[in-house]
Design a protein around this ligand. Sequence first.
Ligand code: NAD
Ligand code: GLY
Length: 361
Amino acid sequence: MTADGIFIDLGSRSYRIHIGYNLLSSAGELLRGIIRGEKAMVVTNPTVGFLYGKVLREQLEKTGVLPVMAEIPDGEEFKSLSTAEGLYDLAYRCELDRRSPILALGGGVVGDLAGFVAATYLRGVPFIQVPTTLLAQVDSSVGGKVAVNHPRGKNIIGAFYQPSAVVADLAALKTLPEREVRAGMAEVIKYGVIADGEFFSWLEENLEKALNLEPAALEKIVTVSCRIKAAVVREDETDRGVRAVLNFGHTVGHAVESLTGYKIYRHGEAVALGMAAAARMAVGMGLLDRREMDRIVSILDRAGLPVNVPAHLDREDLIRSMHRDKKVVSSRLTFVLPVAMGKVEIVRDVSEEIIMAGIGN
Ligand code: NAD
Ligand code: GLY
């Protein structure tokens, strides 16, 4: 286990990601030096709260902190300003002050929402991430992107707000539905493609062990993923340049999620078919060897993830949706395309013909 965790060096906003088994039952000790107030708010949902709320509450109480437990309903549709308003109201009624931390106990939905509330309540209170999905442990809990959705688009209202600590208890993933494990694995595969060809090869060898959450494999995928994300965030905390590589697969993925009303695909599933499409585009542009594309598509397929954009989605609508993505700069479509295993390039002005060939007709 990583005793001291992974350190994200961001000057005054630096923090540690603690990764290991049964960390929830020693969370009080891990967070002792970080929590300074007498009160804290734990944001969770009924599913996760039922499983892990008690242990976290007891751990906080042990350190002399009085936790206010706040449950929001389970689902992406509750990552909203109106849910945030309910949390501001509760925090105010319970007299949480500027030193009182907000802890996010759950997946990316709880993490993004609780982080947004932490960033804005009293102009910012300490924030601690306790991610309980694979996707949240390898991606959303790290790097400080917090947001709520707007009826017109996902993550439209948000901020960069780094947590003071991340506590990723690998044992919590035992209760995660298999589909969520597979969706999280898409982001793990992403890290191999964008930054670490050796890790990708290791994943090809050990995918089943990772999907079965075998302890050594699980610890490796979470640790390597967090290290890669930490390095990218260190270089470009506010997403002005290189951080875009983390969006490999997301341009097509976001468009598919949006056109299907965020109801058909889990985020990781949409990213998977976006990564397959980007690999095809890279081959179409002569940037990537076809064998490497086959490796990417094949591992996604083995992980039980979709690799084709569904035929019923109108291709013109998809392109229009890609143009509406908040990452589009001066109406130019930008794609992160693999050029070798472990290496990607940010490519602007990809022709519509190449995009169409990538997403398939
Ligand atoms: P999620 O938060 O909806 O969790 C998925 C499901 O798993 C939920 O039903 C949840 O209740 C359940 N669950 C969580 N932990 C569990 C456990 N240990 N045992 C049993 N069930 C458990 O989904 P997600 O995939 O974790 O997150 C998706 C969200 O993350 C999206 O809103 C996306 O926009 C966001 N996201 C943010 C970033 C970022 O950098 N901030 C990156 C990627 C995704
Ligand atoms: N999930 C993309 C990012 O953190 O930048």
